[in-house]
Design a protein around this ligand. Sequence first.
Ligand code: CDP
Ligand code: CDP
Length: 222
Amino acid sequence: MKKISIAIDGPASAGKSTVAKILAKQLNYIYLDTGAMYRAITLATLKNKIDPADESQVKTVVQASKIHFEQSDHGQLVFLNNQDVTEEIRLPEVTNLVSQIAAQEFVRQELVRQQQSFGAEGGIVMDGRDIGTAVLPNAEVKIFLVASVVERAERRYQENISKGIMTDFETLKKEIEERDYKDSTRVVSPLVQASDAVKIDTTGLTIEEVVREIKTVIDVKN
Ligand code: CDP
Ligand code: CDP
Protein backbone atom coordinates (compact mmCIF):
# COMPACT_ATOMS: atom_id res chain seq x y z
CA MET A 1 0.00 0.00 0.00
CA LYS A 2 1.20 3.52 -0.85
CA LYS A 3 2.81 5.40 2.07
CA ILE A 4 0.72 8.46 2.79
CA SER A 5 1.06 11.53 5.04
CA ILE A 6 -1.23 11.90 8.05
CA ALA A 7 -1.69 15.32 9.69
CA ILE A 8 -3.14 15.49 13.20
CA ASP A 9 -3.95 18.92 14.60
CA GLY A 10 -5.96 20.25 17.51
CA PRO A 11 -5.78 22.11 20.81
CA ALA A 12 -3.67 21.19 23.86
CA SER A 13 -4.27 17.74 25.39
CA ALA A 14 -6.75 16.62 22.75
CA GLY A 15 -4.75 13.37 22.56
CA LYS A 16 -2.84 14.18 19.36
CA SER A 17 0.59 12.80 20.26
CA THR A 18 -0.81 9.69 21.98
CA VAL A 19 -2.83 8.59 18.96
CA ALA A 20 -0.21 9.78 16.44
CA LYS A 21 2.42 7.54 18.10
CA ILE A 22 0.10 4.52 18.09
CA LEU A 23 -0.86 5.04 14.44
CA ALA A 24 2.77 5.48 13.36
CA LYS A 25 3.71 2.25 15.12
CA GLN A 26 0.82 0.28 13.65
CA LEU A 27 1.45 1.58 10.12
CA ASN A 28 5.25 1.39 10.46
CA TYR A 29 5.46 5.12 9.69
CA ILE A 30 7.71 7.86 11.09
CA TYR A 31 6.19 9.95 13.90
CA LEU A 32 7.09 13.63 14.16
CA ASP A 33 6.15 15.59 17.30
CA THR A 34 6.31 19.17 15.97
CA GLY A 35 5.35 20.62 19.37
CA ALA A 36 8.60 19.18 20.77
CA MET A 37 10.51 21.33 18.26
CA TYR A 38 8.81 24.56 19.41
CA ARG A 39 9.42 23.45 23.00
CA ALA A 40 13.14 22.84 22.29
CA ILE A 41 13.56 26.37 20.87
CA THR A 42 11.71 27.76 23.90
CA LEU A 43 14.06 25.84 26.22
CA ALA A 44 17.08 27.24 24.32
CA THR A 45 15.68 30.76 24.77
CA LEU A 46 15.35 30.19 28.52
CA LYS A 47 18.80 28.61 28.83
CA ASN A 48 20.42 31.53 27.00
CA LYS A 49 18.46 34.02 29.13
CA ILE A 50 17.11 35.71 26.00
CA ASP A 51 14.21 38.16 26.21
CA PRO A 52 11.45 36.08 24.54
CA ALA A 53 9.89 39.24 23.12
CA ASP A 54 13.10 40.20 21.30
CA GLU A 55 12.53 38.49 17.95
CA SER A 56 16.02 39.16 16.59
CA GLN A 57 17.63 37.47 19.59
CA VAL A 58 15.20 34.55 19.36
CA LYS A 59 16.15 34.28 15.67
CA THR A 60 19.81 33.92 16.67
CA VAL A 61 18.81 31.14 19.08
CA VAL A 62 16.90 29.32 16.31
CA GLN A 63 19.90 29.57 13.97
CA ALA A 64 22.19 28.13 16.65
CA SER A 65 19.81 25.26 17.59
CA LYS A 66 20.02 21.84 16.04
CA ILE A 67 17.08 19.61 16.93
CA HIS A 68 17.04 15.90 16.25
CA PHE A 69 15.07 12.85 17.38
CA GLU A 70 16.23 9.36 18.32
CA GLN A 71 14.23 6.20 19.02
CA SER A 72 14.81 4.44 22.34
CA ASP A 73 13.14 1.61 24.27
CA HIS A 74 11.30 4.31 26.23
CA GLY A 75 9.98 6.06 23.11
CA GLN A 76 11.20 9.00 21.11
CA LEU A 77 13.98 11.17 22.57
CA VAL A 78 14.42 14.85 21.69
CA PHE A 79 17.91 16.34 21.36
CA LEU A 80 18.92 20.00 21.31
CA ASN A 81 22.48 20.49 20.07
CA ASN A 82 23.15 16.82 20.87
CA GLN A 83 21.90 17.11 24.44
CA ASP A 84 18.91 14.99 25.52
CA VAL A 85 16.15 17.46 26.46
CA THR A 86 13.20 15.03 26.35
CA GLU A 87 12.24 15.70 29.99
CA GLU A 88 13.25 19.37 30.20
CA ILE A 89 11.03 20.52 27.31
CA ARG A 90 7.95 19.46 29.35
CA LEU A 91 8.81 21.73 32.32
CA PRO A 92 6.06 24.22 33.25
CA GLU A 93 8.31 27.22 32.45
CA VAL A 94 8.65 25.92 28.89
CA THR A 95 4.91 25.17 28.58
CA ASN A 96 4.04 28.67 29.78
CA LEU A 97 6.33 30.39 27.28
CA VAL A 98 6.09 28.18 24.20
CA SER A 99 3.06 29.86 22.58
CA GLN A 100 4.82 33.24 22.63
CA ILE A 101 7.90 31.82 20.91
CA ALA A 102 5.79 29.77 18.45
CA ALA A 103 3.96 32.92 17.32
CA GLN A 104 7.15 34.44 15.86
CA GLU A 105 7.41 34.38 12.09
CA PHE A 106 11.07 33.38 11.79
CA VAL A 107 10.68 30.55 14.31
CA ARG A 108 7.77 29.13 12.31
CA GLN A 109 9.45 29.57 8.93
CA GLU A 110 12.52 27.65 10.04
CA LEU A 111 10.74 24.85 11.92
CA VAL A 112 8.13 24.36 9.18
CA ARG A 113 10.99 24.05 6.64
CA GLN A 114 12.59 21.30 8.76
CA GLN A 115 9.24 19.55 9.31
CA GLN A 116 8.52 19.55 5.57
CA SER A 117 11.86 17.93 4.84
CA PHE A 118 11.07 15.16 7.37
CA GLY A 119 7.74 14.58 5.62
CA ALA A 120 8.98 14.79 2.04
CA GLU A 121 8.82 11.04 1.40
CA GLY A 122 5.40 10.39 2.97
CA GLY A 123 4.97 7.50 5.42
CA ILE A 124 4.69 9.99 8.25
CA VAL A 125 2.29 10.90 11.04
CA MET A 126 2.84 14.47 12.20
CA ASP A 127 0.99 16.19 15.03
CA GLY A 128 0.79 19.87 15.89
CA ARG A 129 -1.33 22.95 15.27
CA ASP A 130 -0.70 23.85 11.61
CA ILE A 131 0.17 20.52 9.99
CA GLY A 132 -2.92 20.27 7.79
CA THR A 133 -2.95 23.98 6.95
CA ALA A 134 0.75 24.90 6.54
CA VAL A 135 3.24 22.06 6.98
CA LEU A 136 1.57 19.29 4.92
CA PRO A 137 -1.24 21.04 3.01
CA ASN A 138 -1.34 18.07 0.60
CA ALA A 139 -1.54 15.37 3.30
CA GLU A 140 -3.84 12.55 2.18
CA VAL A 141 -5.43 12.34 5.65
CA LYS A 142 -6.06 15.34 7.93
CA ILE A 143 -7.57 14.92 11.37
CA PHE A 144 -8.63 17.70 13.73
CA LEU A 145 -8.94 16.34 17.28
CA VAL A 146 -10.97 18.23 19.87
CA ALA A 147 -12.37 17.55 23.35
CA SER A 148 -14.04 19.71 25.99
CA VAL A 149 -11.61 21.83 27.98
CA VAL A 150 -12.71 20.12 31.22
CA GLU A 151 -11.87 16.71 29.78
CA ARG A 152 -8.53 17.93 28.42
CA ALA A 153 -7.58 19.44 31.79
CA GLU A 154 -8.67 16.20 33.49
CA ARG A 155 -6.43 14.17 31.15
CA ARG A 156 -3.41 16.36 31.94
CA TYR A 157 -4.27 16.20 35.64
CA GLN A 158 -4.36 12.39 35.58
CA GLU A 159 -1.15 12.29 33.52
CA ASN A 160 0.59 14.47 36.12
CA ILE A 161 -0.65 12.25 38.97
CA SER A 162 0.73 9.18 37.19
CA LYS A 163 4.11 10.95 37.08
CA GLY A 164 3.86 11.85 40.78
CA ILE A 165 3.32 15.56 40.02
CA MET A 166 0.61 17.28 42.07
CA THR A 167 -1.14 20.14 40.24
CA ASP A 168 -4.20 22.26 40.81
CA PHE A 169 -6.98 21.30 38.37
CA GLU A 170 -8.28 24.88 37.91
CA THR A 171 -4.75 26.19 37.23
CA LEU A 172 -4.20 23.47 34.62
CA LYS A 173 -7.52 24.29 32.97
CA LYS A 174 -6.68 28.01 32.88
CA GLU A 175 -3.23 27.31 31.37
CA ILE A 176 -4.77 25.15 28.64
CA GLU A 177 -7.35 27.83 27.82
CA GLU A 178 -4.69 30.55 27.68
CA ARG A 179 -2.43 28.49 25.41
CA ASP A 180 -5.32 27.60 23.08
CA TYR A 181 -6.27 31.28 22.91
CA LYS A 182 -2.71 32.36 22.02
CA ASP A 183 -2.31 29.53 19.47
CA SER A 184 -5.69 30.29 17.82
CA THR A 185 -5.29 34.07 17.60
CA ARG A 186 -1.68 34.43 16.43
CA VAL A 187 -1.16 36.02 13.02
CA VAL A 188 1.13 33.37 11.48
CA SER A 189 -0.44 29.92 10.94
CA PRO A 190 -2.93 30.00 13.82
CA LEU A 191 -4.51 26.82 15.17
CA VAL A 192 -7.45 26.32 12.84
CA GLN A 193 -9.13 23.29 11.29
CA ALA A 194 -8.12 22.78 7.64
CA SER A 195 -11.14 22.92 5.34
CA ASP A 196 -10.51 19.31 4.27
CA ALA A 197 -9.78 17.93 7.76
CA VAL A 198 -12.06 15.44 9.51
CA LYS A 199 -13.00 16.65 12.99
CA ILE A 200 -13.22 14.07 15.77
CA ASP A 201 -14.62 15.06 19.16
CA THR A 202 -12.79 12.77 21.58
CA THR A 203 -14.74 13.83 24.67
CA GLY A 204 -15.68 10.59 26.43
CA LEU A 205 -13.74 8.43 23.94
CA THR A 206 -10.91 6.11 24.90
CA ILE A 207 -7.58 6.26 23.08
CA GLU A 208 -8.42 2.97 21.30
CA GLU A 209 -11.75 4.39 20.09
CA VAL A 210 -10.03 7.49 18.69
CA VAL A 211 -7.41 5.37 16.90
CA ARG A 212 -10.18 3.21 15.42
CA GLU A 213 -12.05 6.29 14.12
CA ILE A 214 -8.90 7.64 12.48
CA LYS A 215 -8.21 4.27 10.85
CA THR A 216 -11.71 4.33 9.40
CA VAL A 217 -10.93 7.74 7.87
CA ILE A 218 -7.63 6.40 6.48
CA ASP A 219 -9.45 3.42 4.93
CA VAL A 220 -12.13 5.62 3.36
CA LYS A 221 -9.59 8.04 1.89
CA ASN A 222 -7.29 5.40 0.43
O1 CDP B 1 1.20 20.40 25.47
P1 CDP B 1 0.83 19.89 24.13
O2 CDP B 1 1.26 18.49 23.84
O3 CDP B 1 -0.60 20.12 23.82
O4 CDP B 1 1.56 20.87 23.11
P2 CDP B 1 2.69 20.58 22.07
O5 CDP B 1 2.15 19.83 20.93
O6 CDP B 1 3.90 20.09 22.78
O7 CDP B 1 2.96 22.07 21.55
C1 CDP B 1 3.45 23.07 22.40
C2 CDP B 1 3.18 24.42 21.76
O8 CDP B 1 3.95 24.53 20.56
C3 CDP B 1 1.75 24.72 21.35
O9 CDP B 1 0.94 25.23 22.40
C4 CDP B 1 1.95 25.77 20.24
O10 CDP B 1 2.18 27.05 20.80
C5 CDP B 1 3.27 25.32 19.60
N1 CDP B 1 3.07 24.53 18.38
C6 CDP B 1 2.80 25.21 17.21
O11 CDP B 1 2.67 26.43 17.23
N2 CDP B 1 2.71 24.55 16.03
C7 CDP B 1 2.85 23.21 15.98
N3 CDP B 1 2.79 22.60 14.80
C8 CDP B 1 3.09 22.48 17.16
C9 CDP B 1 3.17 23.16 18.36
O1 CDP C 1 -0.66 15.76 22.19
P1 CDP C 1 -1.81 16.35 22.95
O2 CDP C 1 -1.44 17.54 23.77
O3 CDP C 1 -2.99 16.64 22.08
O4 CDP C 1 -2.34 15.27 23.97
P2 CDP C 1 -1.62 13.96 24.56
O5 CDP C 1 -0.40 14.38 25.26
O6 CDP C 1 -1.54 12.93 23.50
O7 CDP C 1 -2.73 13.42 25.57
C1 CDP C 1 -2.96 14.00 26.83
C2 CDP C 1 -3.39 12.91 27.79
O8 CDP C 1 -4.74 12.49 27.50
C3 CDP C 1 -2.53 11.65 27.76
O9 CDP C 1 -2.21 11.31 29.09
C4 CDP C 1 -3.42 10.60 27.12
O10 CDP C 1 -3.15 9.31 27.63
C5 CDP C 1 -4.82 11.06 27.53
N1 CDP C 1 -5.97 10.63 26.69
C6 CDP C 1 -5.96 10.70 25.35
O11 CDP C 1 -4.94 11.06 24.78
N2 CDP C 1 -7.04 10.37 24.56
C7 CDP C 1 -8.15 9.95 25.11
N3 CDP C 1 -9.19 9.62 24.35
C8 CDP C 1 -8.20 9.85 26.50
C9 CDP C 1 -7.11 10.21 27.25
